[in-house]
Design a protein around this ligand. Structure first.
Ligand code: NI
Length: 228
């Protein structure tokens, strides 16, 4: 499932993030890519262990915690600390798939399975040309370029690339989550059911028998599929 979630960051948060990124140190993005991805990657990123990256990452995690659409669609069990990257004119990230397993920084070696990938756009789309996140899934190829503060969520198993930036500068935040529900199809079923239940609740009220039955059904499916 590919899901676009608007307004994950408030305008104030976005302004703060951009201000920090303006003066933060940047390093070659190949520092965190896997073997094959290293060959395809040409961008810059904040050092993952720097205080700017940690502080901005915490801000993003707090925004995700208050975002019902993200919680419902990703069903996150654990989220890796977000990374921040920058593509100047001429930079790109060729077609690749993300590493399946990552080590949680500062955890003493705890591993995380990447089920869900996310990109949070930080630049105004009018400020750069190119730079689309191009994602291949079973329904074809999707070129995604969102307003600043908006996020796209997609299965980490997808092949994807960042098209070359041909004008301006594209900045974004990327992160991965291990989901309570490993299978993308099962996660999508739960998300669709949740959306339908929310709609039904507003029209029928929480006391309605059908609403209560579907809420029960949702939790029983989650109970069946969740891995803790
Ligand atoms: Ni990637």
């Amino acid at each position: 499932m590919l899901l676009k979630i608007p307004d994950v960051l408030t305008p104030d948060e976005l302004g703060h993030v951009r201000q920090v990124l303006d003066t933060a140190p940047w390093i070659d993005g190949r520092a965190t890519a896997g073997d094959l991805a290293t060959q395809a990657k040409c961008n810059a990123q904040l050092p993952a262990d720097g205080h700017e990256c940690r502080a901005l990452g915490d801000l993003v995690l707090a925004a995700l915690a208050r975002c019902p659409a993200f919680q419902s669609a990703a069903l996150p069990r654990r989220i890796l600390p977000p990374l921040f990257n920058r593509y100047d004119t001429g930079m790109a990230f060729g077609l690749h798939t993300d590493n399946a397993i990552r080590i949680v920084p500062g955890s003493g070696g705890t591993h995380l399975r990447t089920d869900v990938s996310a990109t949070l756009f930080l630049s105004d789309p009018n400020d750069y040309d190119g730079g689309e996140l191009v994602i291949e899934d079973t329904y074809g190829t999707h070129a995604v370029k969102l307003a600043a503060g908006h996020l796209v969520l997609y299965p980490a198993s997808s092949l994807h690339r960042v098209a070359p930036v041909t004008r301006g500068r594209r900045r974004a935040c990327v992160f991965w989550a291990q989901s309570l529900v490993r299978d993308d199809g099962e996660r999508a079923l739960l998300y669709d059911l949740d959306v339908a239940i929310i709609d039904l609740r507003t029209r029928m009220g929480d006391g309605d028998g059908a609403v209560q039955g579907l809420v029960s059904h949702y939790h029983n499916l989650l109970r069946r599929w969740a891995e803790l």
